[in-house]
Design a binder for this molecule. Structure first.
Ligand code: ADP
Ligand code: ADP
Length: 216
């Protein structure tokens, strides 16, 4: 089972990826989390990605495609995986297809721009695991601390209003075109993937139930 989660920053992709990962026992592949880990390590990839991420732009397709190819070759991906935040451009989607990686389901989570800024300003993350919380909508049990490890939560550098607006613009310019790309593919006779759309303004639990039952 290979799944792509599509939607603007803050739509709830990471949140829902964790539920899907648990239910189907397949790993979540978040290119954003992998890039943040690379920055923390100070690797060459991290150095190359840092500035563009801070500005709300996209890291180059070549770097991302290599990163994902290496990741999906690992043994935990034999039964499938969830792509969270990848692909973000047509060349990335094309590279996946050219590599023969078949996608079974594309899950689009829709949230209007005006709600995104509020959502992302309240987001807090556990950097070690990628677990996400929200100050109002999904608070941790103990303020400022991860539920599982008890470690401190952080606010991402790019979750500031001016960068959020830039990321939204990037989404509309470069990523939203993938909606049509995968819808068209789904319409081709007999060809995977199935395309599903969800209203991401509903509560986290409601969205979860709808997605899990669609994938079942
Ligand atoms: P993405 O991975 O698409 O950027 P996240 O899963 O990180 O999105 O969610 C962004 C923020 O919004 C987080 O703080 C998360 O807790 C919160 N959130 C996720 N889904 C919902 C929802 N359905 N309703 C309200 N807040 C949500
Ligand atoms: P969000 O879901 O909140 O937008 P991510 O964690 O997915 O954030 O991504 C954070 C940043 O990492 C993006 O703004 C972009 O700079 C970079 N990034 C992540 N995934 C990709 C990708 N597939 N292609 C290019 N850049 C990416």
């Amino acid at each position: 089972m290979r799944i792509i989660l599509l939607g603007p920053p803050g739509a709830g992709k990471g949140t829902q990826a964790q539920f899907i990962s648990k239910k189907f026992d397949i790993p979540q592949i978040s290119t954003g989390d992998m890039l943040r880990a690379a920055i923390k390590e100070g690797s060459e990839l991290g150095r190359k990605a840092q500035d563009v991420m801070k500005a709300g732009g996209l890291v180059s397709d070549d770097l991302i495609i290599n990163l994902v190819k290496e990741r999906i070759a690992k043994p935990d991906c034999v039964n499938g995986c969830i792509f969270d935040g990848f692909p973000r451009t047509i060349p990335q989607a094309q590279a996946l297809a050219d590599a023969g990686v078949e996608i079974d389901n594309v899950v689009e989570i829709r949230v209007p721009d005006d709600e995104i800024v509020q959502r992302l300003s309240g987001r807090r993350q556990h950097p070690g695991s990628g677990r996400v919380y929200h100050l109002q909508h999904n608070p941790p049990k103990n303020e400022g601390l991860d539920d599982v490890t008890g470690e401190e939560l952080i606010q991402r550098d790019d979750d500031k209003e001016e960068v959020i607006r830039e990321r939204l613009a990037t989404y509309h310019e470069q990523t939203s075109t993938l909606v049509g790309f995968y819808q068209d593919k789904a319409k081709e006779s007999g060809a995977a993937p199935h395309y599903h759309q969800f209203d991401g303004t509903q509560g986290i639990e409601t969205v979860k139930e709808q997605i899990l039952s669609a994938l079942d």
